[in-house]
Every structure is written in structure tokens, then in C-alpha cells.
Design a protein around this ligand. Structure first.
Ligand SMILES: [Zn+2]
Length: 346
């Protein structure tokens, strides 16, 4: 069965993914009456919808970004609601605080739309700053494929975080600050949770600190952080600063004095990415599943049909078909990690 046949639970419409039986959209990119959101990254959570359904854990970030007054119903993970006769529930995706997969059940059929996910619950590598990914059994799984190429295989995050701390320690020993660039929602908090606070002070850019407060309010333990203007010049020489990529070369970055800079992203695995970014170091750390993680996550759903969305769709679809699964793709308007950067102002 090709994507788009009449009894499909989720189809692609110009506004985005759509459930005809329940009359709602999932992460629509154009304004709709009822939007179910997987998470609060800018390319999945747009303003202008009449009503929103999302996890209670993502409510703080969603209201900060889309407006305090939006009509939002927050659900606990696993809590089911009836939307026009369709049973809808949200399940952890392991990507960022509050991120969810959307489970849709109607007339004995179960479909799951993954949103962005990090398959932490399966490969044993946990993103400590959010609920780990939980595979959900379904007939059809709509998966992201941001890093859906065999070249993307993440190393254990403990090894990467160890390298980051070693880089920070070496800079501190040399009397220069460290500037670690990462997206302010999700990546920055994951980096923070892995830093060795014994090395020096941790400074956060305002865009990062605003989200740190939301994470702390949700019960996520992060180390103590400082505002840049509260730290002496002497302390800065041993400090690390966490900031969104847009601050590179800005007045804010110059206030750190002599410093080494680095960028943490899945894209750092690409040859030449560090040089193009113009940073001293690149650390490969992603909040998306890698190629083996995508494969394990898909297998764990037990789905016989898979629809691939944003990323390297063609390669993933071909691989799935070789495994004997029904596979197709939806051309969505979700971005990669970099789409989140466009949302950030230094
Ligand atoms: Zn995302």
C-alpha cells in the first residue's frame, strides 16, 4: 500500500501531517484548527494554530516561544485523549525536554509519528536531560531520518563529553576561556549536564539561561551557571561559556577575552564541517538517532509499514524495502538541527 490511500490514519496535506479520522494535524507548518505537537523546536512548533495538544513537559518552552496565552492542552506521557473518536497519546522521544512520539489509534489500527527522536532507550546511551525514547508498537511508523545514512554512527556520549572536559581543562591550564557553541534548547542543557564543574565556572548566554530555567523547573539537574557580566576577568580564564552558534564572532564572544571555541553537533561528523564552521574544535554530539539507532527504533515498533520524513529519505526507504517492509516517504518541511539555529538570536 502506498502512502496516501484513503483509509490511512495519517496523510500528507499542504499544511503538514494530517489525521483525517480525527481532523487534526501533527507539527503542521501552516496555521490549522487543531495541532498536535511533538516538541518545541522551531521547525515543529509554529505559531498561529487555534488549538494545541502537546506534552505537559513541553508546555513551558511552547508558551515562552509561541505566546503565554495559546490554547494548549498538556498531556502526561502515556495519557490518552479522544479526538473526534481517535485515541491520541504521547510517548517519550528522548530528543529534548517534553519531546514526544504521537500514537494514533482508530478502528484497531495504530500509527505512530516519531517527530525528532534520539533512540537512547534502545542503544543504552541516555540523554540525561529528558525522558528516554520508548518504542511504541504500531502498524505504521512515521520516522524522521535526519541522520539516515550509514556514515552516521555516534560514539558513546560519555566519550564525547570526556573529550569536551579534557579540551576545557587544557584551555583552563593555558589560562584561556572555552566557548562551546550548541543550540540553546536541548543541546546546551545536555552539554551542561555533562560538564565537570570542578574545572572552573560555567557561563551561559542569556538565550541558553532562559531555557536552563525551564529545565530546572521541570526537575532536571544542571550545574550552577553564571551570567557573563557576573564573572571576573581572572575567573574567565578558567571558565567555559555555553552559547548558541550565532554568538560566534559577536561582541558577547569578544568579552570572553582570549578563548578557544568549539561546536557540538551531529553535523561535526561530516568531513570539513569544523573548518567551514570556523571553530577550533568540533564535537560530534547529536540529539537525533544515528543510522543504527534509526534501524533499531524502527525494528522495535514491529511496524510492517514505515514512512520516512525529513532527512535522507531515499537511502532509508531503500534499506527498509530491502528488509521486506513496506516503505515510502513524506516530503515534509522540517529542518535539521540547523533549522533551530535560525530561531536563535544572540
Ligand atoms: Zn527537534
Amino acid at each position: 500500500m502506498a502512502p496516501g490511500t484513503h483509509d490511512d490514519l495519517i496523510v500528507l496535506r499542504p499544511q503538514g501531517l494530517y489525521c483525517p479520522a480525527g481532523d487534526f494535524h501533527i507539527d503542521p507548518w501552516r496555521p490549522v484548527a487543531r495541532a498536535v505537537l511533538t516538541h518545541a523546536h522551531a521547525d515543529h512548533a509554529r505559531a498561529g494554530h487555534t488549538r494545541y495538544l502537546a506534552t505537559a513537559a513541553s508546555e513551558g518552552v511552547l508558551r515562552t516561544r509561541l505566546g503565554q496565552g495559546i490554547a494548549l492542552q498538556g498531556l502526561a506521557y502515556g495519557e490518552a485523549v479522544d479526538v473526534n473518536g481517535v485515541r491520541v497519546s504521547l510517548h517519550p522521544a528522548g530528543h529534548v525536554l517534553g519531546s514526544a512520539q504521537v500514537r494514533v489509534e482508530h478502528r484497531g489500527q495504530v500509527w505512530v509519528a516519531s517527530g525528532d527522536f534520539f533512540a537512547s532507550g534502545i542503544d543504552g546511551d541516555i540523554n540525561a536531560t529528558c525522558a528516554p525514547f520508548e518504542p511504541v508498537r504500531c502498524d505504521c511508523f512515521i520516522t524522521e531520518s535526519t541522520f539516515g545514512l550509514p556514515i552516521y554512527r555516534w560514539r558513546a556520549q560519555a566519550a564525547v563529553l570526556g573529550e569536551i572536559n579534557a579540551w576545557w581543562q587544557a584551555n583552563a591550564d593555558a589560562g584561556r576561556a572555552s566557548l562551546l557553541l550548541g543550540y540553546s534548547f536541548g543541546k546546551a542543557q545536555r552539554l551542561l549536564a555533562g560538564l565537570d564543574a570542578a574545572i572552573g565556572l560555567i557561563v551561559c548566554h542569556g538565550a541558553v539561561e532562559a531555557l536552563n530555567e525551564v529545565y530546572r523547573a521541570a526537575g532536571v539537574v544542571l550545574p550552577a551557571t553564571q551570567r557573563l557580566d557576573a564573572v571576573s576577568k581572572a575567573d574567565l580564564k578558567r571558565a567555559i561559556a555555553i552559547a548558541p552558534p550565532a554568538v560566534q564572532g559577536s561582541a558577547w564572544a569578544r568579552r570572553l577575552g582570549e578563548h578557544s571555541d568549539a561546536f557540538a553537533s551531529g553535523w561535526m561528523q561530516l568531513r570539513g564541517a569544523r573548518r567551514r564552521q570556523g571553530v577550533d574544535r568540533g564535537f560530534v554530539l547529536s540529539d537525533h538517532a544515528d543510522w543504527p539507532g534509526l534501524q533499531r527504533a524502527i525494528a522495535a515498533t514491529g511496524a510492517e509499514r514505515v514512512i520516512v520524513t525529513h532527512g535522507y529519505e531515499a537511502v532509508m526507504v531503500r534499506w527498509l524495502q530491502q528488509q521486506g517492509l513496506q516503505a515510502g516517504s513524506f516530503q515534509t518541511q522540517y529542518g535539521d538541527d540547523a533549522a533551530e539555529a535560525a530561531h536563535e538570536t544572540p
